[in-house]
Design a protein around this ligand. Structure first.
Ligand SMILES: Cc1cc2nc3c(=O)[nH]c(=O)nc-3n(C[C@H](O)[C@H](O)[C@H](O)COP(=O)(O)O)c2cc1C
Length: 194
């Protein structure tokens, strides 16, 4: 069964990244589009929502983002880990990774960048240009966010029994962790630690 993409309220959008999952960045400019894996991605602000991604200046992705000022930031599921590794292990210069790895896309709502159908959350981002780019940091304002309702709705994650429908965390060399089960705690009482 396929999920439906449901809007995530923008002030809650950065919650999609709080647990530190690996991401996939899509980019496009002047008729050329591309896709790469990025594990260095994090929230920066709530409202308006901002994110930071580290994109090596030698990548095609960086060239396209610098030229267009926009990018797509999506979360792959465990079932999409092999494709994530593929788009992170092959440079897009000289290779159409969408065709090579049979990646289905759909049009974004607010930016001119293809979004990846195989992912489970999506953010459309506009670059906030600033000096941080010399450290390969790209700051993006999230202008649209949506999530697969099978795993995220009403501002919360609810991973179920399907092991393929979990977000992933990248280690190195093709090794990932899948996101585990949620648990809730109350804070320890003040003074309880002696
Ligand atoms: C799981 C994974 C995570 C990665 N994370 C990042 C990252 O956060 N930043 C980065 O610059 N490169 C990262 N890389 C490497 C890029 O994805 C890789 O250089 C890619 O080939 C660049 O593609 P492009 O030149 O087509 O844009 C990662 C690779 C993998 C496999």
């Amino acid at each position: 069964m396929k999920g439906t993409r449901e809007a995530v309220a923008l002030p809650r959008a950065t919650q999609l990244l709080n647990h530190g999952p690996v991401t996939i960045i899509t980019s496009a400019h002047d008729g050329r589009s591309n896709v790469m894996a990025a594990s260095w991605a994090m929230p920066l602000d709530f409202n308006p929502p901002k994110v930071v991604v580290v994109v090596d200046s030698r990548t095609l992705t960086r060239q396209l983002i610098d030229a267009s000022g926009v990018f797509g930031l999506q979360l792959p599921s465990r079932g999409f880990a092999a494709q994530t590794l593929a788009v992170g292990s092959n440079a897009g210069a000289g290779l159409d990774k969408f065709a090579a790895f049979d990646l289905e896309t759909f049009p974004a709502q607010n930016i001119d960048v293809p979004m990846l159908a195989g992912c489970i959350t999506w953010m459309e981002c506009k670059v906030i240009p600033d000096d941080s780019q010399r450290h390969d940091l790209i700051i993006g304002e999230v202008v649209a966010a949506y999530a697969d309702s099978r795993v995220y709705s009403n501002n919360r994650w609810h991973f179920g029994d399907d092991p393929d429908l979990r977000t992933c965390h990248y280690v190195a060399g093709g090794t990932f962790f899948a996101t585990g089960d949620a648990f809730e705690v109350a804070p320890v009482a003040s003074g309880a630690m002696g």
